[in-house]
Design a protein around this ligand. Structure first.
Ligand code: ATP
Ligand code: MG
Length: 450
């Protein structure tokens, strides 16, 4: 993309109404624009980053064997009356009536809709196990929408639902989700720690939230610092292997890590004192096993191996796709702007032309642009007739991990400058060497054709 043809409304002034850095930078970098409280337009750069995150979520869900579909945002109230949640859900649910006076709602979640799809089409245990998911907009009329996309009213969520014959199978689905979520967050450059959370009125231990540690997080968390040493990395995993998934579950959840809802002082005291940590965290996902709650209420049964109708065991599993942008920026920024991790950056490298209109500099930039593009990467070329200082400030604010700076002086010596947004370090090298290095770095993340 050439900046002269793009739509990147970077703000000169830091917006004063934004309380936390991710919100401020998303506004300032021209990624989002508020349209009403907790509802945003996604401007091109924000939309691009959102799509990158969505893509990773899709890839990891499909890798785990989960099947994508798409359910609507508007739902009929009748299904929610069947489950009993229409009245229970309260003021967070946006209720609408259509021209015929039918009660509708803007979905805050999709247990009812998916259970209805399941019961309409699946009748035998032979179709199980089955996990269906979608990534769709949700609406929750939050009491206090705030912090930009972090706590919106309209937000983008991946929600998946597993259907299994037995509790044992459903717990394998639970573990499978835990593994796939670990991979998902790590690909985004995030450490999200699974923490035992509150299962509410359903009971049991089977819910974990994934928390990114950040001072601006809304949740208070208590953990053994040893959990921060755990990484999933690039180990091979067979998602059908029950033992293997259970092993990862055990590894990542056996140390103390809880949100304030389930915090237990006595248990916490057993953690060696120097490892006992209290901090704040951002909830970026949650997994849940809830048994036959919806299948019994809504008649989602299958014919079991014994020929008898059996209500299926279910769980639901959510990732806050739009909230993740805020969480990533909270975890990765400096005083000049965003610092995108390679896995999710909207554009892979910036090209800054120090002297637009200089035949040699222009030509060198074109070559860089073409080579990066041919390598399957997306460069953002600042080809505007602007001063260098302004171009650098824009690049720093929007946070692309790598910047190539091209100027007539360097070109005389056959070099351009390659700068890391993260470390601020610059290196002079031949243009082809800069391209080769960027291509190699992204190849290590499985990005591009390098
Ligand atoms: P919270 O406790 O933050 O209100 P929740 O537990 O009600 O969230 P879930 O139903 O578990 O949310 O939804 C799955 C994921 O969707 C959450 O882990 C979170 O990342 C995201 N999410 C929930 N509410 C919002 C919101 N208002 N704005 C943005 N993302 C949200
Ligand atoms: Mg939750």
């Amino acid at each position: 993309m050439r900046l002269s043809r793009y739509f990147l409304p970077v703000l000169k002034e830091s917006p004063r109404d934004a309380q936390i850095v991710s919100h401020r930078y998303m506004l300032q970098a021209g990624m989002i624009k508020q349209s009403s409280a907790g509802i945003y337009s996604w401007l091109p750069l924000g939309f691009k980053a959102l799509k990158r995150i969505e893509q990773i979520v899709h890839e990891e869900q499909e890798r785990a064997g989960h099947i994508p579909l798409l359910m609507p945002t508007l739902q009929s109230a009748d299904l929610w009356r069947e489950s009993g949640r229409y009245d229970d859900y309260g003021e967070e649910m946006l209720r609408i009536s259509d021209r015929h006076g039918h009660d509708m709602l803007y979905g805050p979640t999709n247990e009812e809709l998916i259970t209805d799809i399941f019961r309409s089409h699946v009748s035998s245990y032979k179709s199980l196990p089955l996990t269906l998911y979608h990534i769709q907009w949700k609406f929750r009329d939050e009491r206090r929408p705030r912090f930009g996309v972090m706590r919106g009213r309209e937000f983008y969520m991946k929600d998946g639902y597993n259907f299994d014959l037995t509790k044992e199978d459903a717990l394998h689905a639970y573990n499978r989700h835990l593994v796939s979520y670990l991979r998902t967050y790590e690909r985004m450059g995030l450490q999200a720690i699974p923490m035992r959370a509150d299962s509410g009125p359903i009971g049991g231990d089977d819910t974990h939230e994934f928390l990114v540690l950040a001072d601006t997080g809304e949740s208070e968390v208590f953990y053994d610092s040893a959990v921060t040493d755990l990484t999933f990395g690039d180990r091979e995993i067979d998602y059908d292997d029950v033992e293997q998934c259970a092993g990862v579950m055990e590894e990542f959840t056996s140390k103390y890590a809880r949100t304030d809802e389930t915090h237990d002082e006595a248990l916490f005291a057993e953690v060696p004192e120097e490892r006992r940590k209290t901090a704040r965290g951002i909830e970026v996902g949650q997994i849940f096993y809830f048994g036959t709650k919806y299948s019994e209420a809504m008649g989602a049964t299958v014919q079991g191996p014994d020929g008898k109708p059996t209500p299926v065991h279910m769980g639901s599993h959510g990732i806050g796709v739009s909230r993740l942008l805020g969480a990533i920026i909270e975890a990765s920024h400096d005083d000049k702007g965003i610092i995108w991790p390679e896995g999710v950056t909207p554009y892979h490298a910036g090209i800054v032309n120090l002297k637009q209109g200089d035949a040699e500099a222009d030509a060198a930039c074109e070559v860089l642009y073409e080579q990066l593009t041919n390598a399957g990467l997306e460069p953002l070329y600042d080809d505007r007739d602007e001063r260098a200082g302004g171009k650098f400030a824009t690049m720093d604010m929007i946070g692309l991990p790598w910047r190539i700076t091209v100027g007539p002086r360097g070109l005389k010596n056959g070099v351009v400058e390659l700068t890391s947004r993260k470390t601020g370090e610059s290196e002079e090298m031949a243009p082809e060497a800069a391209v080769a290095k960027i291509v190699e770095i992204y190849a290590a993340h499985g990005i591009g054709r390098g």
